[in-house]
Design a protein around this ligand. Structure first.
Ligand code: NAI
Ligand code: SOE
Length: 391
């Protein structure tokens, strides 16, 4: 079995989940065509890096991400840092001939995303952006049903990504609340996910009209280590107001979408929806039926078939399992449940199979470029107050 060295950059929340996915893969699929080997992990903080190596099983640690890229034992560089660092790291990794995995949003804007795509294609390396949610079996089933025409012509996409952790004003001025590190707020952090589902399931977006608001314009400055919010494992820590700093990103963005294929859509991304924890949802309405999904019930896809006899028409709930796309990699029966890591395990399996000569997985950096172009148009529309064309 061929092994491939993983060099991870970042030790926070997603480093934990990606490391778990690499480690878990043999429990889902055996034998693997290409098996991951945990070579080295980096964090700007040496203590976090050393702890990450011990905890997640990497052979070495470093506080310098460039050492990961230079390491001859590393074949894949996996970038799990704040968004403003993605472009520099991915471009440098590609230039050293490393394959690159990078979390979403691929970059802070479309220009950076394009530069990343140019670098990986020029270097001829494999690349993937972390759109995990499209790998959920229920979403993959939706894609299958739409693709084979079960909905007929699609009229509407109604997408939401709702969370509520932003409401607490004591939550400190974390990197996710700063434009210089995050690029944008709810838009890039969670809007990019539901936008990925819109692009994947319905197709290209031609025009957008958008509004944004920042409800809490100042937050207490961070005093603890950069990623204490997630590595402590205690959820989102809060601090009492001391010295305050300015929030310069959107707390909510709401968008009207016009798809190139003629469908219309709405998309709302907010971290201020009390009671909504990870409500990534969509409803798609077509001439022959509708589909609805909500990540708070991730194993379920709801389906309305307008061609059912009128006396039995109604939404039904499909409980996904091994008979649905991507479900075959997971558990042997529908109803065994699904958690946050499973779509990421599917995603890593797709990438490693691609490295082993298998089919190309669906979220190369070009998917990140397309996503970033729509988000750039959204930012333009928020500023201009007008409808904007996606370039
Ligand atoms: P986090 O704040 O938990 O971790 C970020 C890590 O990067 C920390 O360990 C920090 O010390 C490290 N770091 C910062 N500067 C660095 C540098 N110069 N060199 C090396 N390490 C550095 O953040 P989280 O939640 O893990 O997010 C990371 C990325 O993953 C972001 O792009 C985020 O948008 C994305 N993400 C994707 C998710 C998904 O569902 N696909 C879920 C959560 C995050
Ligand atoms: C916080 O909003 C966050 O961790 C996002 O960064 C992720 O992308 C999302 O999947 C879960 O929530």
């Amino acid at each position: 079995m061929k092994t491939i060295g993983i060099g991870m950059v970042g030790t926070g929340f997603m480093a934990r989940v990606h490391s778990l996915a690499y480690t878990a893969l043999p429990f889902y699929k055996w034998p693997l065509v290409v098996s991951p080997r945990m070579a080295v992990i980096a964090d700007i903080d040496s203590e976090l890096a050393a702890e990450g190596a011990r905890r997640y099983g990497y052979a070495r640690s470093t506080n310098d991400w460039r050492q990961v890229i230079e390491d001859p034992d590393v074949d894949v560089v996996d970038i799990l840092t704040p968004n403003n660092l993605h472009a520099e790291m991915a471009i440098a990794a590609a230039r050293r001939g490393k394959h690159v995995i990078c979390e979403k949003p691929l970059a802070c804007n479309a220009r950076e995303a394009q530069e990343m795509y140019d670098a990986v294609t020029r270097a001829g390396v494999h690349h993937m952006v972390g759109y995990n949610y499209r790998r959920t079996p229920a979403v993959a089933e939706a894609k299958k049903l739409i693709g084979r025409g079960d909905l007929g012509r699609v009229f509407h996409f109604r997408g939401t990504y709702l969370q509520d952790f932003g409401i607490d004003p004591r939550l400190p001025l974390w990197w996710r609340f700063q434009k210089s590190q995050a690029g944008s707020g709810s838009l890039g952090d969670i809007g990019s996910h539901v936008l990925d589902l819109a692009l994947h399931l319905v197709g290209d977006v031609e025009f957008v009209t958008a509004i944004s608001r920042t409800f809490i314009p100042e937050r207490p400055l961070m005093t603890a280590k950069p990623n204490f919010l997630s590595t402590a494992g205690a959820g989102f820590a809060v601090t009492e107001p001391d010295e305050m700093g300015r929030v310069d990103v959107d707390d909510v963005t709401a968008i009207l979408l016009e798809f190139a294929g003629g469908a219309t859509g709405t998309l709302e991304a907010t971290r201020f929806a009390a009671g909504r924890k990870n409500h990534l949802g969509f409803e798609i309405n077509g001439e022959k039926g509708s589909l609805a999904f909500d990540w708070e019930h991730p194993a379920e896809l709801r389906y309305y078939n307008a061609t059912d006899p009128s006396d039995t028409q109604g939404f039904k709930t499909i409980l996904t399992g091994p008979q649905h796309p991507n479900g075959e990699l997971l558990w042997p029966l529908a109803g065994f449940g699904l958690g946050f890591p499973e779509p990421i395990i599917v995603m890593m399996n797709e990438f490693l199979e691609e490295l082993g000569g298998g089919p190309r997985q669906s979220t190369g950096f070009e998917a990140g470029v397309k996503n970033s172009r729509v988000m750039d148009a959204v930012v333009c529309s928020v500023t201009s107050g007008k409808k904007e064309r996606v370039s």
